[in-house]
Design a protein around this ligand. Structure first.
Ligand SMILES: Cc1cc2nc3c(=O)[nH]c(=O)nc-3n(C[C@H](O)[C@H](O)[C@H](O)COP(=O)(O)O)c2cc1C
Length: 172
């Protein structure tokens, strides 16, 4: 069984509890690392090619990501999964009620035959929004298990919930 934890997360200025805060490590990245601690699986970071060009200014970042969504963009990524994986823990933040467009790019290139996707989402109140429907549309041959959805203000005290979810996923 070949498994990986693939995640998108944004370091720097972010929206936490309705306020703009600077994060050394993104919320989803923290959860991805917790899953890696529990499962001992490798990590794969989903990174847009243009990430280094993204503005430091948070409001500009909001505009760019909203524009990407409006344009149904598939931003080029720094890397893709080349091998077939049987199981993917897929982490991302809720952006505008769904996944960041970089995650759309990642899933579009994925070999979705016989793959089990365990989605984990961080958000600021919007839960997983439409993301599960969007994953299903992009990966019609994948099996999508029950997602883990965490509010971004409560992440660091969620280790036991994360552990329970990982153990459940590995037995599904
Ligand atoms: C561009 C952008 C759009 C967002 N849109 C939503 C949203 O629609 N609903 C929601 O609950 N949270 C939204 N958030 C909050 C993020 O989902 C939340 O802060 C998340 O934990 C960020 O994850 P990260 O630190 O791993 O990037 C948004 C944040 C950003 C930066």
């Amino acid at each position: 069984m070949k498994s990986v934890i693939a995640y998108f997360s944004h370091r720097g200025y972010n929206c936490v509890d309705g306020k703009v805060k600077y994060l050394e490590k993104g919320n989803t990245e923290i959860v991805a690392h917790m899953i890696a601690c529990v499962s001992h699986l490798p990590l794969f970071r989903i990174e847009p090619e243009s990430e280094s060009n993204y503005p430091d200014n948070f409001y500009e970042y909001l505009n760019i990501t909203q524009q990407e969504l409006a344009n149904k963009a598939y931003p080029q990524l720094k890397g893709y999964l080349h091998d077939h994986y049987d199981e993917i823990y897929l982490g991302f933040p809720n952006y505008w009620g769904t996944m960041p467009r970089a995650v759309f790019s990642f899933l579009k290139e994925l070999d979705d035959n016989n793959v089990v996707i365990h989605p984990f989402i961080t958000h600021d109140g919007g839960d997983y929004g439409n993301s599960l429907t969007d994953i299903k549309t992009l990966c019609p041959h994948a099996t999508i298990t029950e997602p883990l959805s965490l509010k971004c203000t409560h992440i660091k005290c969620q280790l036991s919930a994360i552990e329970t979810w990982v153990k459940k996923g590995s037995h599904d």
